[in-house]
Design a binder for this molecule. Structure first.
Ligand SMILES: [Zn+2]
Length: 243
């Protein structure tokens, strides 16, 4: 990933971005357990206190293992693709048993049922991290919109919109990383009189942290903040706050 420094007025995000306490340590967004070695350069880090940092780790481990088990259709470490997750489950039989016990039979098919609170906790943490890092904003209040689930469960028309780059209507926080990543492009449009004309638009595109493993887009536009995340190209979330 390209290393970008924020030039925005970011006084608000100097402490722990989750609780506002002292930033005693740093937290990776996403956590390394969601990525594979070799890790990409310039991983995103945000300021965090020890307590918040610790409070997420077991849910993050569960989440990373759960989605790998779902992706591979098994909790057996030898059947998993990701080496790090295979090792984690080999070393944590309790965690493996817990995920195994969450499999239910529906119409003869084995379906993994998630521990939704833990997954929501991780997704909200990731979203808050992207808000702070990309947009130079802090969001500690409850989001106005929260969805997470399988990318394929989105209706096709909405999935296309979900995966698309965002055409920015209002300029966001000047100097933020999101604004630095945005680029201007020309679009040809046909006006109401049937005449073609070129217009310049500001495009805010997805950030690929690791190919096919983790991508996100952070949008601050028209008074709404939207974070979209896709993990392993099958698990997705969309979280929004009214600004
Ligand atoms: Zn904290």
């Amino acid at each position: 990933m390209i290393k970008l420094n924020s030039f925005a007025d970011n006084r608000l995000i100097r402490g722990c971005i989750f609780c506002g306490g002292q930033a005693e340590t740093r937290d990776h967004i996403p956590s390394k357990c969601l990525l594979d070695r070799p890790y990409p350069e310039n991983l995103i880090i945000v300021g965090c206190c020890y307590e918040c940092n610790q409070s997420f780790s077991s849910d993050e481990e569960y989440f990373a293992c759960f989605i790998e088990c779902v992706s591979c259709g098994s909790t057996d470490p030898v059947e998993l693709n990701r080496i790090s997750i295979s090792k984690t489950l080999q070393n944590s039989p309790n965690l493996r048993n817990r995920i195994e016990a969450s499999i239910v039979k529906i119409d003869g098919k084995s379906v993994f049922t998630p521990e939704q609170d833990r997954i929501n906790n991780v997704m909200l943490k990731l979203a808050k991290g992207h808000v702070a890092y990309e947009l130079d904003l802090i969001k500690r209040d409850k989001p106005n919109y929260f969805w997470c689930g399988l990318l394929t469960s989105l209706p096709e028309e909405y999935r296309i919109d979900f995966n698309a780059a965002h055409v920015q209507e209002n300029v966001g926080e000047v100097g933020s990383r999101s604004m630095q990543r945005s680029f201007v492009t020309k679009l040809s449009i046909t006006d109401t009189n049937g005449k073609n004309k070129d217009i310049s638009v500001l495009i805010n595109d997805w950030v690929d942290v690791q190919d096919k493993r983790y991508r996100y887009i952070a949008i601050d536009d028209k008074g709404i903040i939207i974070i979209r995340i896709v993990i392993d190209e099958f698990f997705a979330c969309e979280i929004a706050w009214e600004n």
